[in-house]
Design a protein around this ligand. Structure first.
Ligand SMILES: [Cu+2]
Length: 144
């Protein structure tokens, strides 16, 4: 017995494959005002702030951050407990559809740990990794 794939199914599969890159591209993320405040001479950690806007119709989830200037990079949120500011480590953070997430002092931030100070002499790049979609490169110029 011969098994023949109907032509219509074959064409449908081609169409699905062709639409995949478009799907990744439909995740529209805009990063504004990325900053890394001036560090004390002895600092081994640094916080990075920025505003991330999601102009798409679906939530965007950042599941990690990568950079060459630090050994570890984490997403943190500063919370106040019993009058003390504490940093919580988050596995991921959501930027709601048509929404904005502000990374700022006393709130969400990107934490760099085990800094390679030599590499901080000039601008460096940071990759925001998404659950769905391509990484986004952000250029950071350390303040001095
Ligand atoms: Cu932190």
């Amino acid at each position: 017995m011969q098994f023949i794939i109907p032509r219509s199914i074959f064409i449908f599969c081609l169409m699905v494959m062709a639409s995949l890159p478009a799907l990744a591209e439909s995740q529209k993320i805009l990063v504004k005002d990325p900053i890394m405040p001036k560090l004390p001479e002895v600092a081994r950690t640094a916080a990075i702030y920025m505003t991330i806007e999601n102009t798409s119709d679906s939530d965007a989830e950042i599941i990690g951050v990568k950079t060459e200037v630090a050994h570890h990079t984490m997403i943190h949120k500063t919370v106040e407990k019993d009058g003390l500011a504490k940093m919580e480590h988050l596995d991921s953070v959501i930027i709601p559809a048509k929404g904005t997430l502000e990374l700022k002092r006393g709130s969400y931030h990107i934490m760099l740990m085990g800094l390679d100070k030599k590499k901080l002499a000039k601008p460096f790049s940071l990759s925001l990794m998404f659950a769905n979609g391509d990484p986004i490169q952000v250029e950071i110029t350390p303040q001095r």
